[in-house]
Design a protein around this ligand. Structure first.
Ligand SMILES: Nc1ncnc2c1ncn2[C@@H]1O[C@H](COP(=O)(O)OP(=O)(O)OP(=O)(O)O)[C@@H](O)[C@H]1O
Length: 311
C-alpha cells in the first residue's frame, strides 16, 4: 500500500470558541499505480488532509502511513516520497517554463536528470510556444501547466495534484488527463484534488467525496454511483430566463449549472421526458437537451446538497 489514512481527525483551534473540525475520522488507502480522486466543495477539508499527508500538519487523532511508515514519526520523509502541484499559482518570476522544469528536475534527480523527460512532457502538453517565455508574461493556463510539469518531471511515489486543470484550455486539458494516466504506468500513485468532477470521473480508479470534513462515500466510480444507477441525467439549455422554467413533476432533482439546468429523472420516465423536451424545443423554450447515465457529479450534487449517506 502506498498510502494508508486511518481515522484522521484535524481540529483547528479558535480563540474563545470550540475547535473547528476540518477533518473528521477519515480512513482510506491508495494502492500502487492508482489514481484516487478527492472531490469536495470549497472548505470540505481536502487541503487540510493533503497537508497532513505531506507532514505539514499533525493529525489530532489517527495516523497516516506512507510506504508502510508513519508520517507522524518522520514528517520530512513525506516530502521526499511525494511530489505536489499546489492549488495556488506559483510565481515563476523571470524563469521560463524550460528553466523552471529543468531546475526542479535537477534538484530532484541530481546527475540522473534526463532532459528528454521534460521534452516529452512539453510535447505531450503542446507547450512549445511558451517554453522560452518569462513566467511573468505567461497566461494562467501556461503557468498551471508549468507547475504540473515541475511536479511530475521527477515524480515521487505519490503525486498530489490540486486542481491541475484550472485555467487550462479544453484541448490541453485532454492532453493533461492523458499524461496523468500515463504517470501511473510505472507504479506512481496519484491523488487528484478537484472540483471538476465530470472530467475526473474519466481518469480516476477510485474516488472519495468529502463534505464538511467527512468522507460521505468512496469506491470506484461505479461503486459510488450505485445508489443512483437507476437514474438518468437530463441536461437542458434554455432560450429564455431560467426562472421561467418550472421543473415537471417527474423530475427528482434539479440543479443549475451556468446557463444550463440538470434534471435527475428515473429511468422509467425517459420517454415522458423526451416528449416533454421535444415540445419545449418546438415551443422555443429550450435550445437543446441531452440524456445520459448518471455521473459522479450527480451523486456529488446529491450528497453535498444535504441528502447525505454513510461511506
Ligand atoms: N490553518 C487553519 N486554521 C483554521 N481553520 C482552517 C485552517 N486551514 C483551513 N481551515 C478551515 O478548515 C476548513 C477546510 O479547509 P480546506 O482548505 O482543507 O478545504 P478545501 O476542501 O481544501 O477547500 P478548497 O476546495 O476551497 O481549497 C475550512 O473551513 C477552512 O476555513
Amino acid at each position: 500500500m502506498v498510502l494508508e489514512v486511518k481515522g484522521v481527525t484535524k481540529v483547528f483551534k479558535r480563540p474563545g470558541k470550540a475547535g473547528f473540525i476540518a477533518n473528521d475520522n477519515l480512513t482510506f488507502q491508495i494502492k500502487e499505480g492508482e489514481i484516487f480522486g478527492l472531490l469536495g466543495q470549497n472548505g470540505a477539508g481536502k487541503t487540510t488532509l493533503v497537508n497532513q499527508i505531506l507532514g505539514l500538519y499533525t493529525p489530532d487523532e489517527g495516523d497516516i502511513h506512507l510506504l508502510g511508515e508513519s508520517v507522524l514519526k518522520s514528517p520530512t520523509r513525506s516530502r521526499s516520497i511525494c511530489s505536489m502541484q499546489p492549488q495556488s499559482q506559483i510565481s515563476l518570476g523571470s524563469l521560463t517554463p524550460m528553466d523552471a522544469v529543468t531546475l526542479m528536475g535537477k534538484m530532484r534527480a541530481g546527475k540522473k536528470y534526463d532532459p528528454k523527460r521534460a521534452e516529452k512532457l512539453f510535447e505531450s502538453l503542446n507547450m512549445g510556444e511558451w517554453l522560452k517565455k518569462e513566467g511573468q508574461s505567461l497566461s494562467g493556463g501556461a503557468r498551471r501547466l508549468t507547475a504540473f510539469c515541475m511536479a511530475v518531471i521527477v515524480p515521487g511515489k505519490l503525486v498530489i495534484l490540486d486542481e491541475p486543470t484550472n485555467d487550462v484550455d479544453p484541448v490541453r486539458r485532454r492532453y493533461l488527463w492523458q499524461v496523468i494516466r500515463e504517470l501511473t504506468d510505472d507504479g506512481t500513485s496519484v491523488i487528484l484534488v478537484t472540483h471538476n468532477v465530470l472530467e475526473a470521473e474519466k481518469v480516476v480508479d477510485r474516488v472519495a467525496i468529502m463534505h464538511k470534513g467527512r468522507i460521505l462515500t468512496q469506491g470506484t466510480p461505479g461503486d459510488v454511483k450505485q445508489p443512483i444507477s437507476h437514474q438518468i441525467r437530463m441536461e437542458i439549455s434554455l432560450t429564455g430566463e431560467k426562472y421561467k422554467m418550472v421543473a415537471p413533476k417527474w423530475v427528482i432533482s434539479s440543479f443549475e449549472k451556468g446557463t444550463r439546468l440538470i434534471y435527475t429523472i428515473d429511468s422509467d420516465e425517459v420517454s415522458t421526458a423526451i416528449d416533454w423536451a421535444k415540445s419545449q424545443v418546438d415551443s422555443g423554450f429550450l435550445i437543446d437537451y441531452n440524456l445520459s447515465p448518471a455521473t459522479i457529479e450527480d451523486i456529488y450534487i446529491k450528497l453535498t446538497s444535504g441528502e447525505e449517506m454513510q461511506a
